[in-house]
Design a binder for this molecule. Structure first.
Ligand code: HEC
Length: 217
């Protein structure tokens, strides 16, 4: 008769320990979920889409791996002659742009190990107008990154083929502050993919222009 209450008490004791552990795990999950949304998404960035299949602008990409910066690139070979010439002329006249490119850390590590971009992979390119005059007039030469004028994302997603291929290219519209104003639709293959496929050095990515991928430390 005495064994029963003892056993019961022992079970209650164990039960509350289990509840305690469950609360701790739930708390940890909540914290890590929050970090995933707002903070750096070290190693776990994935493309996110809305119901229409548009890409939601990735958050936290400035703490991903910065692969390289191109200054005033003007794309030639795949453009019609006249457009290419026009752009060359404009580029010579005006200060150009900085193109800053980032990759999600998990894909960066995989690329260093295998030389391949895993599924999924995200690359963000932000473009800033090169400015020559700062408000205080301190700069006498050189250029700095001014207003953000373009925001584009390349996504490799084998579960969501776009016109039959895993890479899709998303040009975002920007608001007056230079922030993406809405999710983006994948551009037609002929506008983006074809040039990347033909001229980029590794699996559609311009590894030839990105030191962190081309010549890792
Ligand atoms: C005529 C060739 C050409 C076309 C067309 C083109 N790109 Fe690119 N793209 C480049 C080059 C060159 C780079 C690397 C240099 C840079 O711009 O900084 C690049 C880089 C990128 C990157 C950085 C990641 C990567 O893949 O290396 C993104 C994102 C990107 N382009 C998006 C787009 C989108 C979106 C379109 C279509 C609206 C597009 N591109 C059309 C030539 C092209």
């Amino acid at each position: 008769m005495r064994a029963r209450p003892m056993g019961w008490r022992r079970m209650v004791g164990r039960g509350s320990a289990l509840i305690g552990a469950a609360i701790a795990v739930a708390g940890w999950l909540t914290v890590s979920e929050t970090t995933g949304q707002d903070g750096p998404r070290e190693g776990s960035a994935r493309p996110e889409y809305n119901r229409k299949g548009e890409l939601i602008a990735p958050k936290g990409f400035r703490s991903w791996v910065f692969v390289g910066a191109d200054l005033s690139p003007v794309y030639g070979p795949a453009l019609p002659e006249s457009t290419a010439r026009e752009r060359q002329r404009n580029a010579a006249k005006e200060p150009g742009t900085f193109h800053n490119i980032y990759i999600n850390p998990e894909s960066y590590r995989a690329f260093l190990k295998t030389g391949k971009f895993p599924d999924p992979t995200l690359l963000v390119m932000e473009v800033f107008k090169a400015e020559t005059r700062d408000a205080k007039g301190i700069l006498t030469s050189g250029e700095f990154e001014g207003k953000r004028v373009s925001f584009e994302v390349a996504v490799k997603d084998e579960k969501r083929l776009h016109e039959g291929v895993p890479w899709a290219y998303y040009p975002f519209e920007l608001d007056a502050q230079g922030k993406p104003s809405q999710p983006a639709t994948a551009a037609p293959k002929a506008s983006c993919y074809d040039c990347h496929l033909k001229h980029a050095s590794v699996d559609n990515v311009w590894v030839q222009f990105y030191p962190a991928l081309r010549d890792p430390e």
